[in-house]
Design a protein around this ligand. Structure first.
Ligand code: FAD
Length: 232
C-alpha cells in the first residue's frame, strides 16, 4: 500500500465550461509514475472519511514534480464537487500511483485510443509521452465529447495531427453515452472490420467502455487484447 502524501494546489483552471484542471505539487518527494496511471485523492468528505476518488495524470512526470489532474463536473458528485471549489494554496492528500492502463512495451501495431469526455485524460498523457520524441509510433484517437464546446484538448490534438503524420485524430460529439457508443461503433467499422489489428485502448465510464469492448471481441479481438480503464 502506497503511503499517503500531502500536496498543495498550485492552480485551478477551466479547460472547458465543465472540465477543470488542477495542478498540484506533492510535498517532500516526487511521485514517479507511468503515463496512464492515476492517484487516489483522499477527500475530507462523507460519513466515512476520507472519500477516495481516482484521478489520472493528464501530463507525464515533469522535473518540477507537479501533477496535472483534469476532471469534469459530475451532477451531484461529491468528489468532483469538492475538487471544483479548491483554489491555489489549498491542501490535498493522495496516494499512488496506481494502474495498468499504460502503453504496452511493444508497440508493434497501431494504437487505437477511444475516449469519452474526461476518459481522454490518461490517453492525453500517453500521447504526450509518445510524441515527445521525433520517432513516434502510429496512433489513432477517437475522442467523444458531450458537446462541441466540451471537446477536451481539441486544438492541441488538431495541431498534433497536423504536425505528426503518424497521428490521426477523429473527434465526435454525442450528448448521451448511448449515442456516443452508437456513433463510435459506426466510426470503428471501416477502420476495424477486415483491417489489420490495432492495439485498442478504451477509457470512460462502464456504459461507454463495455459495449465497445464487446464490439472489438465480436470483430475478432481477444478480450485481453482490448485494454480498458473504467471510471466507475
Ligand atoms: C482509475 C480511474 C481513473 C479516473 N480518472 C479520472 C480522471 O482523470 N478525470 C475524471 O474526471 N474522473 C476520473 N475518474 C472518475 C473519478 O474517480 C470519480 O468517480 C468522478 O469524479 C465522480 O466522482 P464524484 O464523487 O464526483 O461522483 P459520484 O457520486 O461518485 O459518481 C456519480 C456517478 O458518476 C459517474 N462518473 C464517474 N466518473 C465520471 C466522470 N469522470 N464523468 C462523469 N460521470 C462520471 C459514475 O457513473 C458514478 O456512478 C477516474 C476513476 C477511476 C476508477
Amino acid at each position: 500500500m502506497e503511503p499517503t502524501r500531502s500536496a498543495t494546489v498550485l492552480s485551478a483552471t477551466d479547460l472547458t465550461p465543465n472540465v477543470r484542471q488542477l495542478i498540484i505539487l506533492p510535498k517532500f518527494e516526487k511521485l514517479a509514475f507511468l503515463p496512464g496511471q492515476w492517484v487516489s485523492l483522499k477527500l475530507p468528505l462523507g460519513l466515512k472519511q476520507p472519500l477516495n476518488r481516482a484521478y489520472s495524470m493528464a501530463t507525464p512526470a515533469s522535473p518540477s514534480g507537479e501533477l496535472t489532474l483534469v476532471f469534469d463536473r459530475v451532477p451531484r458528485g461529491m468528489g468532483s464537487g469538492y475538487l471544483y471549489q479548491l483554489k491555489a494554496g489549498d491542501p490535498l492528500l493522495l496516494s499512488g500511483p496506481y494502474g495498468n492502463f499504460v502503453l504496452p512495451r511493444l508497440l508493434d501495431r497501431e494504437v487505437l485510443f477511444v475516449a469519452r469526455h474526461t476518459g481522454l485524460v490518461p490517453i492525453r498523457c500517453m500521447l504526450k509521452a509518445l510524441y515527445a520524441t521525433r520517432e513516434a509510433s502510429r496512433a489513432l484517437l477517437i475522442a467523444v465529447g458531450p458537446a462541441e464546446n466540451e471537446l477536451l484538448y481539441h486544438h492541441e490534438l488538431l495541431s498534433l495531427a497536423m504536425t505528426r503524420s503518424s497521428f490521426r485524430y477523429l473527434p465526435l460529439v454525442a450528448s448521451t453515452e448511448e449515442s456516443a457508443v452508437e456513433f463510435t461503433i459506426s466510426m470503428l467499422r471501416p477502420l476495424v472490420e477486415g483491417m489489420p489489428k490495432f492495439i485498442p485502448m478504451l477509457c470512460g465510464t462502464k456504459q461507454f467502455v463495455r459495449p465497445l469492448r464487446n464490439y472489438f471481441v465480436e470483430a475478432g479481438y481477444d478480450r485481453k487484447e482490448v485494454k480498458t480503464e473504467m471510471y466507475d
